[in-house]
Design a protein around this ligand. Structure first.
Ligand code: TDO
Length: 185
């Protein structure tokens, strides 16, 4: 595997080694020893999540104020634009974001550390997104920042998924707070 730091260097783009042959392919989607040695991340994952969404569905931006979740995100069907926003108090890159296209075809993964808000939009007809988390889901601690916060000004690459329409959001995400009004850990 390779681990490439993005513009916020604690966020890593992980490229696993894919062994292709006439049967298809094989890859280690997670190897704790390599993740520590190559990515330099010592994380204990406690929960695996799987969501399926249609094109134009946007989930996020989510974080937990207590029990923050580091997330290792990958896609097993379709393609997403995955986004991580630095919300760490005192961080030099607080309020900045990075993104990466993750797909079943490119096998890439995004490591989103604790202290980041996370979200994604679906670029393909549907996408199945799998992610491991370092803390359990705790709805009482969960918070949302609005996806289109003008301060964050995230480029959601709308040309790839929307024909002038708005993203498909949950009620919770439709009511999400501005970044500046958010309760940052
Ligand atoms: C996130 C989550 C949700 N749920 C339940 C709550 C609810 O009834 C249903 C759907 O939940 P949500 O609408 O919050 O799902 P979703 O909008 O997909 O939330 C996820 O978004 C991405 C971007 C993340 O980063 C995740 O951490 C998580 O916040 O699933 C769990 O049981 N466990 C979980 O870990």
């Amino acid at each position: 595997m390779e681990a490439t730091p993005l513009a916020i260097p604690d966020v890593l783009l992980i490229t696993p080694r894919v062994h292709g042959d006439e049967r298809g392919f094989f890859m280690e989607s997670f190897n704790r020893r390599d993740f520590e040695a190559v990515a330099g991340v010592s994380a204990t994952f406690v929960q695996d999540n799987h969501s399926r969404s249609a094109r134009g569905v946007l989930r996020g931006l989510h974080y937990q104020v207590e029990q923050p979740q580091g997330k290792l995100v990958r896609v097993v069907a379709g393609e997403i634009l995955d986004v991580a926003v630095d919300i760490r108090r005192g961080s030099a890159t607080r309020g900045q974001w990075v993104s990466a296209r993750l797909s079943a075809a490119n096998h890439r993964q995004l490591w989103v550390p604790e202290g980041f808000a996370h979200g994604f939009v679906v670029l393909s007809t549907t996408a199945d997104v799998l992610y491991k988390t370092t803390h359990y889901y705790a709805p009482r601690f969960e918070r949302s920042i609005r996806w289109d916060d003008p301060t964050l000004a995230i480029d959601w690459q709308r040309e790839a998924w929307c024909w002038g329409s708005q993203p498909i959001l949950s009620d919770k995400d439709r009511l999400a707070s501005d970044f500046h009004a958010s309760e940052i850990p």
